[in-house]
Design a protein around this ligand. Sequence first.
Ligand code: AHM
Ligand code: MG
Length: 339
Amino acid sequence: MKNTVKPISLTQYLVEHQRRNGSIPGDLRLLIEVVARACKRISIAVNKGALGDVLGSAETENVQGEVQKKLDVIANEVLIEANEWGGHLAAMASEEMDDIHIVPHRYPQGEYLLLFDPLDGSSNIDVNVSIGTIFSVLKKLDNGVKVSEADFLQPGRQQAAAGYCVYGPQTTLVLTFGDGVAMFTLDREQGSFMLTHDNVRIAPDTAEFAINMSNKRHWSAPMNRYIDECLAGKEGPRGKDFNMRWIASMVADVHRIMSRGGIFMYPWDKREPEKAGKLRLMYEANPMAFLIEQAGGAATNGKQRILDLQPTKLHERVSVMLGSKNEVDTVTAYHREAG
Ligand code: AHM
Ligand code: MG
């Protein structure tokens, strides 16, 4: 994507945005700057790779029963350490921690809650393929009660901000405060994130889909119908040829969609029917759905808008279909028709 704006720093963007739109109060600005700083540190660790002894397994398991990579653990620690002292947060939650992390008593408590997937696309860490950090910001419910997991269980439409940072050939931070999407590229010489795109828009139509095709035999009928029709190309009911991409890092797949459109799907499948999907609602699907909608796209679980789902637990899973609006509408219509 070509640069479309004057490359001002993240700080200048946040200050000017607050002056113009009033959507980034001081504490939220501090929070985002601290998250961005943590992402810079993670980016440095990712870049060192084998030289920094950050590759390979940490030989521990997270709450989802997945083996943690060293970088999963490092990125989680970096985000916690960076965020707990600033006074802007009440608590944090992460893919890599069973329970919420309440800001320790020695620091002031703020009114925001931060959720993150510290290193998304873990299977790509050791093979030098793009990975990223995903985060979501909520406001603690003003109920005068000590912060608990219940404070986090808010539908995604209530997010105050969301973003991701992709560690690829460039390190790019993508942010929304509910009034559009902006992209910042890390200038390594200056050590700052610089605005490189503002008002990012996703075209409503696309001929590119992203899904793990190896799971096809386990999908539901409407999911198979949608993909079969894409595969049938020009001669099929869709009347056009589709292309496929699958990076196996949601951050990188979503970033491609932000850059040139497309649809990303990780649907429910029959292997573990009791699980709604593979991806997690609160720190993967919600922030991505917020960003995608803010860029003019759509995000559903096949039936409902993701941002309207009422979470019932922190590590809840969800089926995800997001990206170019007309394609998401089509696959969602097939699911609704099937009942
Ligand atoms: P992670 O958070 O443990 O890295 O898992 C989430 C990732 C997504 O980034 C990606 O879209 C998906 O899992 C890849 O799954 P698969 O291994 O089925 O291709
Ligand atoms: Mg993830």
